[in-house]
Design a protein. Structure first.
Length: 122
């Protein structure tokens, strides 16, 4: 089970109740992401492929493998705004900013559409 908390994303094994933090802060391969994640808020986690997940923070997204290691050479997916909420409407991820809804393809992270508005909420 995935848990969003103030320090990021945790994966809880329901058999032994052990948890693992995604994006290990002491791993040099993901140190740049861990530093950036400190100033961001986790808002959602979605399965994007067979063994891949999209971690959504309020300012960006990052694809990780089933072990929580960054999975794509491109690094992060930068949102157009600051997302307050995120929702999945497969195959799309909807990011809600107060000024617009950002629609992105779940598997590629590519921007599909921006729907403008005022005081938008999810």
């Amino acid at each position: 089970i995935a848990i969003l908390c103030s320090k990021g994303f945790e994966i809880m094994n329901l058999d032994d109740l052990e948890s693992v933090t995604i994006l290990q802060k002491d791993d040099p391969r993901s140190a740049y992401l861990a530093k950036r994640c400190k100033s961001c808020r986790p808002i959602g986690m979605f399965k994007s492929g067979e063994d891949e997940f999209l971690l959504c923070y309020n300012e960006f997204g990052v694809y990780v493998d089933k072990h929580g290691d960054p999975n794509r050479a491109a690094g992060t997916v930068e949102w157009e705004g600051t997302a307050e909420r995120v929702a999945l409407h497969a195959p799309y991820v909807l990011l809600f900013d107060s000024r617009f809804i950002e629609v992105r393809h779940l598997e590629t992270g590519r921007l599909v559409q921006i729907i403008p508005g005022n005081d938008i909420r999810c």
